[in-house]
Ligand binder design. Structure first.
Ligand SMILES: Nc1ncnc2c1ncn2[C@@H]1O[C@H](COP(=O)(O)OP(=O)(O)OP(=O)(O)O)[C@@H](O)[C@H]1O
Ligand SMILES: [Mg+2]
Length: 277
């Protein structure tokens, strides 16, 4: 199957990411999730409009990563539905969703250390050019062109965000902050319409945190992508987000503007009041 076919296939299954007439780029509608008999999410609803950023807050174990896993197709909800660019993603796995320009960064970045920074960023383009392509398996010229193109795109974004000096270094040999940025660039390189960022600043220095904030802000301004950002650093999240959603015990405790959400009694009692940032 050619990458064009994959793109069309994904379009039909997920929705057209270039549609600007959609009310919501992402709509999560009454999602519940149970894993191994444990209730993780309960009746969660939220929406992200085109070009908007929603900050997702909550204490450890409140279900933030699980919700991103549902949206990116890793977990199937036990109830409710998820719509991306207006289409139900129920029948789509992670590869199909990613191929349709949904970018995802991960809270834990440990397992990618045997790749170079360039190879890691190129992974963000793989759903579009490699996994689906018979040409890639057969090593045909069209596949080699696609790979060269992916290499160029990855190299360009690496240069642009000042990681050029690390491009050919193994991730395992890079400072932690560089690895976090490399993971962000992997999630962004396909120019997603929907970007799901899971704790982009966890474990990084204050200085790196400021750089990551600027990177995300610049990227959203330039590409007009919709973003869901999860982080324990409330200042970081509120300075990026147009609105907030707070999860408490797998349910939405509050949603709306930062004053409303951060002033919510349940949020204060279970999250802000614990002394956790
Ligand atoms: N595959 C799984 N099987 C069983 N339970 C799971 C699974 N994945 C997550 N959980 C549980 O679901 C709950 C929510 O976990 P999740 O990782 O979504 O929380 P989180 O809000 O992202 O927390 P943190 O801030 O620590 O990253 C936790 O109690 C976790 O142990
Ligand atoms: Mg998490």
């Amino acid at each position: 199957m050619s990458s064009d076919n994959v793109h069309d296939h994904a379009k039909a299954a997920v929705g057209d990411p270039d549609r600007e007439d959609v009310t919501d780029r992402l709509r999560v509608d009454g999602v519940s999730l149970e894993l191994s008999g444990v209730k993780i999410l309960h009746d969660v609803s939220l929406a992200v409009e085109p070009g908007q950023t929603v900050g997702l807050l909550g204490a450890n174990g409140s279900g933030k990563s699980s919700l991103l896993n549902v949206v990116s197709g890793y977990y199937k909800p036990t109830a409710g539905a998820v719509f991306i660019s207006g289409r139900d993603i129920a029948s789509c796995g992670p590869a199909r969703i990613a191929a349709h320009r949904v970018g995802r960064s991960f809270q834990s970045i440990g397992k990618m250390s045997d790749l170079t920074v360039l190879e890691n960023v190129m992974l963000g383009l793989e759903p579009v050019w490699r996994s689906s392509s018979i040409a890639a398996v057969l090593g045909l010229p069209s596949s080699r062109r696609a790979e060269a193109d992916a290499r160029l795109q990855a190299s360009t974004i690496i240069d642009e965000f000042d990681l050029g000096g690390y491009e050919h270094k193994l991730l395992s040999a890079c400072p932690y902050g560089v690895r976090k940025v490399a993971d962000l660039l992997r999630s962004m390189v396909s120019k997603p319409k929907l970007l799901l960022l899971d704790e982009p600043t966890s474990g990084v220095s204050m200085e790196d945190r400021a750089g990551i904030l600027e990177l995300i802000r610049a990227w959203a301004a330039r590409t007009g992508c919709s973003t869901v950002v999860v982080d324990h650093d409330i200042e970081f999240v509120t300075s990026l987000a147009d609105s907030l959603v707070a999860l408490v015990g797998g349910s939405v405790a509050a949603a709306g503007g930062s004053a409303e959400v951060l002033g919510n009694e349940d949020v204060i009692a279970t999250f802000l009041g614990t002394g956790k940032r």
